[in-house]
Design a protein around this ligand. Sequence first.
Ligand code: PEP
Length: 232
Amino acid sequence: MLIAGNWKMYKGPAETAEFCLGLREQELEGVDVVVCPAFVSLAVAVQLLAGTEIAVAAQNVHWEQEGAYTGEVSAEMLQELGVYGAIVGHSERRQHFGETDETVARRTEAALEAGLFVIACVGETGEEREREETEEVLRRQVSVLEGDDNLVLAYEPVWAIGTGKTATPDMAQAAHAFIKTLIDVPVLYGGSVKPDSASELLSQPDVAGALVGGASLELESFSAICRAAIRS
Ligand code: PEP
């Protein structure tokens, strides 16, 4: 079971350091834990979590090794820092920064090639779900990705991200089971996972863990979700 915390554009280096020092003190044996700070906070997270089983991943990664790509960061640069992996294709990047299935595929492929672990995000919008297009959207988003030992997918229905509207365990299970017919990799669930909803979601047969946004920002709620994963 894998629990990843996506800190989005929260926590600079000082807050990251405080969180990581607290996280080190938690009993988290029996669950794989990853934290995903902003680029500027990766170095301190890597430094303070060194010697623990907790991994550090970035929230994005570019497909070129280097070049004239202002504002981007390559897999090689992340590796030089000791970063373990990267999230790719988060819906906030698709929504606000022009990320497409094609760029998601390029980022994923390059990151895997460089040896990074990748969490690739897929998921339908509320309108797409209402139009009963969920499977079509997932099929399109997954079709550009290829199975890899270092790849996991995160099913994140866009209507559930940061909204407090969690998919029901049955809805999550159905989407995960469908994704598993398309690609043979573990699938995390993401979308307003909280300590209260974690156990039931994580006990679904095709849910291999969670990608947690809001509830990963507080040590207490994040470790409660990690403990729910240990029990699942
Ligand atoms: C996310 O950012 O990936 C996410 C799932 O956010 P939240 O848990 O806040 O919905």
